[in-house]
Write a protein that binds this ligand. Structure first.
Ligand SMILES: Nc1ncnc2c1ncn2[C@@H]1O[C@H](COP(=O)(O)OP(=O)(O)OP(=O)(O)O)[C@@H](O)[C@H]1O
Ligand SMILES: [Mg+2]
Length: 223
């Protein structure tokens, strides 16, 4: 099962991605991807990542006149950015740099397509908004979660994402996940334990007060 977690800024994408990652890691080979340049999934999962995809791309830029086949060079490097833990984690990292980002993005997309098939479960924590969908970086997913909270703005973003998925012809199941008790196809309750962890900067666990909702969500995605 390969899942992208999307939605407006601040609605709980990273929290839900982390909970899903913890849940899946007990079931099979799991890859978490932090595709948000302002990344914090690693922190929320309690993992220290040495190298991001963006670091490797920087390296590529510095050595670009020495490297003949850039695609092959990049492929050989990709293992360096897969952090291995009870689950694997890839952090895309920042995207600000000179030159055309389209090339880098197309490389990233190729890498993702290469590695995702090795995993039973993939969870992609996306950047807020719709850019990642319009760039088609996450074409491989079979489910797109659109996280909303109680604000109308988050529901408006959800509508835009749904429309875009249709327009782009992406063949993934789209479900709305109401976080902190908001309305949706699935609902994740507000969790004091999650709030406390994030306040203290402690890694998240699949706490009892959210476990059932994550199980229901995953079951729902299967049907
Ligand atoms: N189910 C929940 N229960 C309690 N607190 C939550 C829950 N979900 C999210 N939060 C709180 O909401 C805040 C925002 O969540 P999160 O960082 O996951 O949002 P995001 O959508 O990833 O934001 P961004 O767009 O900035 O990446 C977190 O700091 C966390 O404290
Ligand atoms: Mg986030």
């Amino acid at each position: 099962m390969k899942i992208a977690v999307t939605g407006k800024g601040g609605v709980g994408k990273t929290v839900i991605s982390a909970l899903l990652t913890k849940y899946f890691s007990k079931l099979g080979d799991t890859l978490a991807v932090d595709a948000d340049p302002d990344s914090n999934l690693a922190d929320v999962l309690g993992v220290e990542v040495e190298k991001t995809v963006s670091d490797v791309v920087d390296e590529l830029y510095m050595k670009k006149y020495e490297i003949e086949d850039k695609d092959r060079w990049f492929e050989a490097k990709i293992n360096e950015v897969i952090h291995e833990d009870e689950f694997d984690l890839i952090v895309m990292g920042k995207k600000e740099r000179e030159g055309c980002y389209c090339y880098i993005n197309s490389l990233l997309k190729k890498i993702m397509q290469k590695v995702v098939d090795y995993y039973d479960y993939v969870v992609v924590d996306c950047e807020a908004g719709i850019e990642i969908l319009s760039r088609k970086t996450i074409d491989f997913v079979d489910a797109i979660l659109v996280v909303v909270n109680k604000s109308k703005l988050s529901r408006d973003t959800a509508e835009r994402i749904k429309k875009l998925v249709k327009e782009l012809g992406i063949q993934a199941k789209v479900v709305v996940v109401g976080n902190k008790g908001a309305k949706g196809d699935f609902v994740i309750p507000f969790s004091e334990k999650i709030e406390e962890c994030l306040e203290l900067g402690k890694p998240l666990e699949l706490f009892d007060d959210v476990r059932k909702s994550i199980e229901d969500l995953v079951e729902g995605l299967k049907s």
